[in-house]
Write a protein that binds this ligand. Structure first.
Ligand SMILES: [Zn+2]
Length: 295
């Protein structure tokens, strides 16, 4: 890429606006329970389709519809869940709008040569679609005994609170239910801010309590490095750790304020689309856009 193109990238690809026409930022609290007639039928039938899968870019059917719609509702072709399709849909819409390209699935996103993506996981369905991308970085967290950037079992280790990535080197950071597992998630958000280019995005999902003002802090790491439990521990499934990963906090409105203080413009999207097999209440995806400077 020539320097002239680089300069135009900085102007055109990384501006804070626009918001894609198919996405409407959502800011209504508490969130209404969103349930469509299609969702009711899908629940009864235990399958739904045909749908367009924004993860694998194929016409598909939705199967394995469980009681937790967000974490079930699998694409029969790529096994993506409703949550992963929510995230993929927002990524396609936002990146498509920035690059003035029609992106219908992560397959199309993976074909963008001049767009740098950092995915905070190195497995699962979203990673599988993006792994062939030219400017793609991915990592997992293997434990505090490793240094960010180290290769462990063939995968890059990164501690999101101490990223080894260079300043302003990434256009898009993707995380899907990761930040609730970080002892100091706002330190990690500041790191994401650092590595993003101006106008770059962090598109992510987290467990979110839309009716609460303050984050539900369940445990934290004290000054001696010990984990202090404030509430009963919760663990989520993890592809790296069989015992699961501890949930340090569940986010609430406080998160939106803290991200704005770091310097992000924060948008929240409420996604429910039967045509994409996206079901479930509180289908929230967050887009944090890096402003020009730290506030
Ligand atoms: Zn799929």
């Amino acid at each position: 890429m020539g320097s002239g193109e680089q300069a135009s990238n900085n102007v055109d690809l990384h501006r804070v606006s626009p918001i894609p026409s198919e996405l409407v930022p959502f800011a209504r609290f508490p969130l209404p329970r969103q349930s469509s007639w299609a969702e009711g039928i899908a629940r009864r039938l235990k399958w739904w389709g045909p749908v367009w899968c924004p993860v694998c870019g194929r016409v598909s059917l939705i199967v394995d519809i469980g009681s937790n719609l967000r974490e079930s509702c699998k694409c029969i072709r790529c096994r993506s869940t409703s949550r992963q399709r929510q995230l993929a849909f927002v990524v396609c819409s936002v990146v498509g709008s920035i690059t003035s390209t029609r992106l219908r699935s992560l397959k199309d996103v993976a074909a963008l040569d001049d767009y740098a993506i950092y995915n905070t996981e190195a497995s699962r369905q979203i990673h599988k679609q993006l792994v062939g991308m030219k400017n793609y970085v991915c990592s997992e967290y293997f434990g505090e005994e490793y240094v960010s950037g180290e290769i462990v079992k063939g995968i890059m280790h990164q501690d999101l609170m101490h990223l080894s990535l260079e300043d302003e080197s990434i256009d898009l950071v993707i995380s899907s239910d990761v930040f609730e597992h970080i002892p100091d998630p706002y330190r990690a958000h500041r790191e994401v801010f650092r590595v993003l280019r101006t106008g770059g995005r962090h598109i992510f999902t987290v467990p979110f309590l839309p009716g609460n003002m303050l984050d539900d802090v369940r445990s934290f790491i004290d000054l001696k490095g010990e984990c202090i439990f404030v509430k009963e521990p919760i663990y989520h499934d993890d592809p790296i750790r069989k015992e699961g990963t501890l949930v340090h906090r569940i986010f609430a409105l406080e998160m939106l304020v803290n991200l704005a203080k770091i310097g992000f413009v924060v948008r929240m999207y409420h996604i429910s689309k039967a045509s994409l097999g996206i079901f479930g209440p509180y289908g929230l995806v967050f887009e944090a856009v890096k402003r020009g400077s730290l506030l």
